[in-house]
Design a protein around this ligand. Structure first.
Ligand code: SAH
Length: 367
């Protein structure tokens, strides 16, 4: 016997989030629904320019269309369930609850403590992470799940909706962006899409542990997006002690990919180099780093290790950090020492989220 189902199929399908839809996908949906093409533009205008959070707010859409949208898509954004501000440097850390109750963190940084410079938002791309870098709190969780494109973009939208002018996004929060490649690319396209946020790709930096195949892919798929590489070691052996994936993606392979990226992009690549006392902070490490980077247009960000609970890794003294930076400078390498932003609010990657597991329903604001 064949069952005839006359009710629209959307009603029976699990609704996707509208925030995951590209403009082209929504335009296609509108066309399938027999709607005029301008409807997609109108809907995106409500979402990205007029900060709507409910279909009902879209008052210039016919009631029947709002109802149809509601049958097919959810429009809720994730929720901020925890909000801390570092009193010293103004860095804010948000704990954001996703629809399935999982939580990720988003950090809001004020560049040079000047509001006119705009805010940088450090967004998460995965719940947890599979790469288990030894200094990293997120790495201890293992990978729980990938974020959807809309969940990545939502972190930026939530900060904008706090009234902050967001100028830059760094994909440097929880997770490895290039390990969630398709969703991250879709999120980049939403940030840069003319009908959504219309950003220049230059405002986006993707930080990676060094996934070689995906560096090549990103060079093709997202021209203009800046690349930052978490290096942390200057020999394969030393690097693999800190960043286990370095056993597979050796420095030779990594630097070949970086030269390719640079060839296409012509902009300088950034390196993050975590300084860990007694592990990678010696004079020889600094000289090896100079040798490794010779000929590459780049910039090094030295980051004193922010100790996570039950870790043997600590940060070196001020003197050792300055000495390391000086050797790089003398070797002709552009270098900055990253002020440890948000140390007072569990600033390192994944710390707030890992501290907060088990109290994910908290609604307090520790401002
Ligand atoms: N997976 C990506 C992005 C997440 S980690 C990557 O590896 O680049 C991004 C950055 O977070 C690291 O490079 C490091 O700069 C910073 N970070 C993570 N844990 C830290 C810690 N304990 N102390 C200081 N910085 C940390």
């Amino acid at each position: 016997m064949v069952w005839q189902i006359s009710v629209d199929e959307c009603v029976f399908m699990e609704r996707d989030s509208i925030w995951n839809q590209s403009f082209e996908q929504l335009a296609q949906w509108c066309s399938n629904e027999g709607l005029p093409a301008y409807r997609a533009r109108q809907i995106f205008g409500w979402l990205y320019a007029k900060n709507a959070t409910q279909w009902e707010q879209m008052t210039d859409l016919p009631q029947s269309l709002r109802q149809r949208l509601d049958e097919c898509y959810t429009v809720d954004l994730p929720q901020i369930i925890h909000h801390r501000t570092d009193r010293e440097d103004g860095t804010e850390k948000l704990l954001i609850q996703l629809v399935d109750g999982k939580a990720v963190e988003t950090v809001v940084i004020l560049r040079d403590a000047k509001e006119e410079e705009g805010f940088t938002v450090c967004v998460s791309t995965q719940v947890g992470c599979t790469f288990a870098c030894r200094f990293c709190a997120t790495g201890r969780m293992g990978l729980v799940r990938d974020l959807e494109a809309g969940e990545i973009v939502a972190q930026v939208l939530l900060v904008q909706r706090l009234g902050k002018a967001v100028k830059r996004v760094v994909l440097m929060g929880m997770g490895e962006p290039l390990h969630n490649y398709e969703n991250v690319l879709a999120a980049i396209r939403l940030l840069c899409g003319e009908e959504s946020l219309n950003w220049s790709p230059r405002r986006i930096t993707c930080s990676t542990v060094g996934l070689v195949p995906e560096i090549y892919r990103l060079a093709q798929d997202a021209p203009g997006v800046k690349l930052a590489v978490s290096l942390h070691g200057t020999t394969d052996q030393k690097r693999a002690e800190i960043v286990p994936i370095a056993e597979i993606y050796t420095l030779d392979r990594l630097f070949e990919a970086l030269r390719y990226y640079h060839e296409r992009d012509k902009r300088r690549i950034s390196f993050e180099y975590l300084l860990i006392r007694g592990v990678n902070d010696g004079i020889r490490d600094a000289h090896r780093l100079v040798d490794l980077l010779r000929g590459l247009v780049c910039h090094v960000n030295l980051i004193p290790n922010n100790r996570i609970p039950k870790s043997e890794f600590t940060h070196p003294s001020r003197q050792v950090i300055t000495r390391f930076a000086q050797i790089l400078k003398d070797g002709g390498v552009a270098v900055t020492i990253r002020a440890s932003k948000g140390r007072g609010i569990s600033g390192a990657c994944g710390q707030l989220a890992t501290e907060s597991r088990g109290r994910e329903s908290a609604t307090t604001t520790d401002v």
